[in-house]
Ligand binder design. Structure first.
Ligand code: SF4
Ligand code: SF4
Length: 251
């Protein structure tokens, strides 16, 4: 058993849980302070609960037993409760066996799925932001807070972002704001998005000045291939620069 200690359950991120499973953990246990007794105004333990409920539904969606993730709340003085929660969880994990075995998912497939979902963590958190910030008071609402249908839609509606070469003015704003350096470009060069690096956060869509409107959101359709590098140079018409047939000419 491996113990990872974070200061606050509100610090737990979906990416931490996914990484643990991708690395072969058979189960993940999250312990937090009692709900309603958070020391901070952020109520991080409610956030951890929502995150755990979301993760469980995602696991159900991909065929992983959601009982492999458990969250429990207790105060620092409730050692007995902690021991019994951990004991019960260990028994569950022993019963389920090594990760992927009872689910019939191979380790390679599991790693692949976990890494695909990990790439989408920013997108998932943006899309589910509202529900992730709710303080759930009634335990009977936990199961329905996220539905399997909405998780299915969440993955079906993943957007891709594309820079229209006819509109890009190479102002470089999007490249500077991309959190994962997925946008390639430079001064005088039409920018392109590396779809393998893109984490679908949508920042570039908002960052591109509206007078250019070069970034497009694509849902459910193919993303056009990016322009080859030798066709991405921008030559301004007003200047004395000579253009070639492969150069983009802007007013
Ligand atoms: S959506 Fe845009 S800003 Fe976000 S990762 Fe993809 S390219 Fe970068
Ligand atoms: S912000 Fe818009 S116009 Fe500027 S480089 Fe990016 S896509 Fe092109």
């Amino acid at each position: 058993m491996r113990l990872v200690r974070l200061m606050c359950s509100g610090r737990v991120d979906l990416a931490h849980i996914l990484r643990a499973f991708a690395k072969g953990a058979d189960g993940v246990f999250i312990g937090g302070c009692r709900l309603g007794e958070c020391n901070y105004i952020t109520h991080g333990n409610y956030h951890a609960l929502n995150l755990a409920l979301l993760s469980k539904k995602i696991f159900e969606h991909i065929g992983l037993n959601p009982r492999r993730l458990h969250i429990a709340f207790m105060s620092g003085g409730e050692g007995n409760l902690f021991a019994s929660e951990v004991d019960g969880f260990c028994k569950t994990i022993k019963e389920l066996g090594p990760i992927g075995q009872s689910e019939e998912i191979s380790p390679a497939r599991l790693e692949e799925v976990m890494s695909d979902i990990t790439r989408l963590v920013p997108y998932i958190k943006i899309e589910k932001h509202e529900k992730l910030t709710v303080c759930l008071e009634d335990e009977t609402t936990y199961e329905d807070h996220f539905s399997l249908d909405e998780i299915k839609r969440l993955f079906e509606e993943v957007a891709s972002y594309y820079i229209d070469p006819a509109k890009c003015q190479a102002c470089m704003i999007c490249a500077r704001s991309c959190p994962v350096e997925a946008i390639d470009g430079g001064k005088g060069v039409v920018h392109v998005i590396d779809q393998d690096k893109c984490i679908k956060c949508g920042t570039c869509l908002n960052a591109c000045p509206s007078r250019f409107g070069a970034v497009t959101k694509i849902v459910g359709g193919p993303v056009p291939a990016p322009l080859p590098l030798d066709q991405r140079t921008i030559v301004r018409k007003g200047g004395k620069e000579k253009t070639t047939s492969t150069e983009k000419v802007l007013p």
